[in-house]
Design a protein around this ligand. Structure first.
Ligand code: APR
Length: 236
C-alpha cells in the first residue's frame, strides 16, 4: 500500500471546464440529484437518467487535463508504489494526463463505462451514448446496461480500497473536494502529515486538522504540493 494518498474531487477538474457539484452554478443546481443520481433513479426516471449521463459523457470528449492532473500523473508515474491517486471524479482527465486506468482509483465510478445491471459486465463506450452499445443491452447476457457510476444510496465497493490505503497512509493530500461525501476530516486526524487544497473553505472540512491549507486554485497550488511530496519521499 502507498505512503501517500492524493485524494481529489470535482474541484481538480473545474479548470478543465467540468462543473463541480455544489459550487454556485454547479451540477446540482442545474439537475435534481434525487432524480438522476439516486439508487432508484433508473427505476423511476430511466430515460432522463441515461440522457443526463450521455450528455455528461459527450461533454468530456473535448475536455483536457489541466496542470494539476498533469503534475499528479507525472508524480504517480515517477513513484508508482509510493503514491495512490484516489478520486471521487468520474471523468478521465487523469488518464488524459498520462495515467493508466489501473493507476487511478475511481471511488464513484467512471463516466466512459457502462455496466450490465445483471451480470455486471463492464464496457468502455468512450463518449458515445449508452444506447449505441448494442442498443443499451449487455452482449453477454442481454440484460439492460446502466452508467458505471455510483448513485447516492448505492454500494461503493471502491471505498474498501480507500480504507485499506488509509491504513498505510503517512501523507494525505486533499485537492478540490467539499468533503460532503467522503469524510476527509477523519482521515486527516489519522495520518502523520496532511495538506488541504481547496478554492475556498468548506463547511464540511475542519481545516485546522490539516498541517498545511492552501485556499487557491489547484493549478496554483500543485507545484508547492509536488515539492512537499518530493521532500517527504527524499526523507524516507
Ligand atoms: N481548485 C481547487 N478547488 C476547487 C476549484 C479549483 N479550481 N474549484 C472548485 N474547487 C473546490 C470547491 O471549493 C469545493 O470545495 O472544489 C470543491 C467541489 O466540491 P463539490 O462540488 O461538492 O464536489 P465534490 O467534493 O467532488 O463532491 C463529492 O458528491 O455529488 C457527489 O458523487 C459526487 O463525487 C461527487 C461527490
Amino acid at each position: 500500500m502507498s505512503k501517500i494518498i492524493i485524494f481529489s474531487g470535482a474541484g481538480i477538474s473545474a479548470e478543465s471546464g467540468i462543473s463541480t457539484f455544489r459550487d454556485s452554478g454547479g451540477l446540482w443546481e442545474e439537475y435534481d440529484v434525487s432524480v438522476v443520481c439516486n439508487h432508484d433513479s433508473l427505476e423511476k426516471n430511466e430515460s432522463l437518467t441515461i440522457e443526463f449521463y450521455d450528455k455528461r459523457r459527450l461533454d468530456l470528449e473535448d475536455k483536457e487535463s489541466n496542470y494539476a492532473h498533469d503534475i499528479i500523473a507525472d508524480l504517480k508515474n515517477k513513484y508508482p508504489n509510493d503514491i495512490a491517486v484516489i478520486t471521487q471524479n468520474v471523468d478521465n482527465l487523469f488518464q488524459k494526463a498520462g495515467l493508466k486506468q489501473e493507476d487511478v482509483i475511481h471511488l464513484h465510478g467512471f463516466m466512459n463505462e457502462v455496466r450490465c445491471q445483471e451480470c455486471s459486465d463492464i464496457v468502455n463506450i468512450g463518449y458515445r451514448s449508452l444506447y449505441d452499445s448494442n442498443n443499451g443491452f449487455c452482449k453477454p447476457c442481454g440484460a439492460k446496461l446502466r452508467p458505471n457510476i455510483v448513485f447516492f444510496g448505492e454500494a461503493a465497493p471502491m471505498y474498501e480500497v480507500l480504507n485499506k490505503e488509509v491504513q498505510d497512509c503517512e501523507f494525505f493530500i486533499v485537492i478540490g473536494t467539499s468533503g460532503n461525501v467522503v469524510g476527509v476530516n477523519m482521515i486527516a486526524q489519522f495520518v502523520e502529515k496532511s495538506i488541504l487544497n481547496n478554492y475556498e473553505q468548506s463547511d464540511a472540512i475542519d481545516d485546522v486538522l490539516f498541517d498545511k491549507v492552501l485556499y487557491k486554485k489547484a493549478t496554483d497550488a500543485i507545484e508547492e504540493i509536488a515539492q512537499d511530496i518530493e521532500e517527504f519521499l527524499s526523507e524516507q
